[in-house]
Design a protein around this ligand. Sequence first.
Ligand code: WQD
Length: 325
Amino acid sequence: MTWLITGGAGYIGSHVVTSMTDAGERVVVVDDLSGGDAARVPEGVPLERGTVLDRPFLDRVLREHGVRGIVHLAAKKAVGESVERPLFYYEQNVTGLQVLLGAAVEADVRRFVFSSSASVYGTPDVELVTEETPCLPLSPYGETKLAGEWLVRAAGRAHGIATACLRYFNVAGTAAPELADTGVFNLVPMVFQRLDAGLPPLVFGDDYATPDGTCVRDYIHVADIADAHLAVAHRLDERAAAGEAGDLTLNVGRGEGVSVREMIDLIGEVTGLDVTPDVVERRPGDPAKVVASSERISAELGWKARHDVRSMIASAWESRVHPAE
Ligand code: WQD
């Protein structure tokens, strides 16, 4: 059987493609290349260039490739941009999903994995975020992910599709240089960009109610995220083969909090550079602490993160595009 991976030319999607093909799965990628890069798609994996908003295109891809399962990662993910362009975000992330689910139902696809995000929780006031923690997203981006989950679960129930929603925490690192994150939207690439420019890293506020005053997050290696997809795909396979549907909603994190200051110190250790930061104003909307409980995913799938924060930083540093070269 073939798995369709939408967004498979993106940073996370291409890692999922690699994990799945390494495990012997047959995959086809759909990507409109608006954020993705065709060079990330491994040789031998067909890339169908197009958008998930294009139903006739999806119908053809599902039919021609004999798709039996879908991992849907294609989406827009810049929180700030989503505040400025909510209509665009809802169209891409929610309407696109709805069109894709329509094509999946029509083609009798019985396995569907949806790429969700810890941003569905907003600012959870708990030590460890479980899947039962209330979802109160703070941005249109987070809203589109939560609405997407509702849509996936409802469609799964109505049409007998085994579904899973994976809520990623803070993804970092790379499994191979050619798959690296080229966007500068998150802490690690933002610190690297400052260091490359000969500037001190920025800390957005050190007066939070956390041990060192800086925000605490749950960083997870993209290779571990990819392996979680493979594990959940196998679980959905078992369910579909048994004629079961059902839905799974799972945090994908390490269950370990790391502060911004600790991350920057580790970056200093890995790179050997002076990383003495400038502490600036808080960034609006940043919660003090967001750390996953990873109990459910480990109980459901036997999945556990294998990589630590140092390996995320080292792999990202080694594979970054050097501005001077
Ligand atoms: C981490 C911490 C910053 C840069 C976002 C989305 C979330 C998910 C992941 C997609 C924060 C601090 C950052 C810098 C800093 N995306 N920081 N100096 O905000 O936890 O999560 O990306 O699904 O939905 O909201 O990640 O990497 O932007 O920030 O001090 O130069 O680092 O304030 O505390 P965040 P991030």
